[in-house]
Design a protein around this ligand. Structure first.
Ligand SMILES: Nc1ncnc2c1ncn2[C@@H]1O[C@H](COP(=O)(O)OP(=O)(O)OP(=O)(O)O)[C@@H](O)[C@H]1O
Ligand SMILES: [Mg+2]
Length: 259
């Protein structure tokens, strides 16, 4: 579904050049959930912006559904860290915003919007204004607004990191359910190893700047997964430990160093 082919990104500004990404090669299959993890500033958001067509790469190419990305596409939706809802519009009208932007008929999509609100636990909140909702609920609205386009691909940039820990876990579990139900291809940037292990089929670990693809870790744990006690805790622990080591570049202090 997504091919990232020898992509590098260098920004040129008044303070010189910043190499943000270097030689990234990655293929993401249809329906795959790929998490992207790496230190702050290693180019994760840059990678999403390149896939989303918000930025043109300095070298290499990105293709989505067989077409080279040169601009934002209707079938690729983005969800950011902050929900960015329009404060004067109701929940329903916020969800329907992309429909208006793409000049489609609201009446034909109202039912879909209601279904998405139900799916994300927002039944009964359609007429509320954003400020009447909690942060977690607002982020659910942003998720519905992304899903109303029936996207083939969803690009999510730390979508839950502004939320408290429990709400964050709750939303991750909900996103897993939505992914299982809709089969959307998802690229999900996070700093959270537990979140990556709950959600991802594979985790792309980027090195510090310039971001290179350090390793792609498989997470072959059956779904649905959960944060609590479950039958696959050994696999969860193993995947988490590998990601910790890759990110922190330190081994287990209880294990003697290999010389
Ligand atoms: N438009 C831009 N102009 C100049 N430099 C930029 C631009 N966008 C990003 N950068 C630089 O590129 C590097 C990568 O930025 P990016 O936002 O992709 O990192 P990130 O991995 O998303 O970080 P974080 O985890 O903090 O969100 C940083 O050094 C950043 O300062
Ligand atoms: Mg970022």
């Amino acid at each position: 579904m997504i091919h990232i082919d020898a992509v590098s990104q260098t920004f040129r500004g008044r303070r010189g050049r910043v190499e943000a990404l270097k030689d990234i090669d990655l293929t993401i299959a249809p329906g795959e959930f790929l998490a992207v993890i790496g230190r702050s500033g290693c180019g994760k958001s840059t990678l999403l912006r390149l896939i989303g067509g918000l930025l043109k790469s300095s070298a290499g190419a990105v293709t989505v559904a067989g077409e080279q990305v040169t601009a934002p596409r209707r079938d690729v939706a983005m969800v950011f860290q902050r929900p960015a809802l329009l404060p004067w519009r109701s929940v329903l009208d916020n969800v329907l915003l992309p429909i208006e932007i793409f000049r489609r008929r609201r009446s034909e999509h109202r039912e879909h919007a209601q279904r998405l609100l139900e799916m994300t636990g927002l039944t009964g909140f359609a007429g509320k204004l954003p400020h009447e909702l909690s942060g977690g609920m607002q982020q659910r609205v942003a998720l519905c607004r992304a899903l109303i386009q029936n996207p083939k691909v969803m690009l999510m940039d730390e979508p839950f990191s502004a939320l408290d820990a429990l709400t964050r876990e709750e939303l991750a579990v909900e996103l897993q359910r939505i992914h299982i139900e809709l089969g959307t291809t998802i690229v999900f940037v996070t700093h959270s190893i537990p979140e990556a292990v709950l959600l991802a089929d594979r985790v792309a670990v980027l090195s510090a700047r310039p971001g290179r693809l350090n390793k792609v870790v498989d997470v072959p744990i059956p779904r649905p997964r959960s944060f609590g006690h479950n039958a696959h805790m050994d696999q969860v622990a193993a995947a988490s430990a590998e990601l910790h080591e890759l990110l922190l570049d330190v081994g287990d202090p209880a294990r003697p160093a290999v010389r």
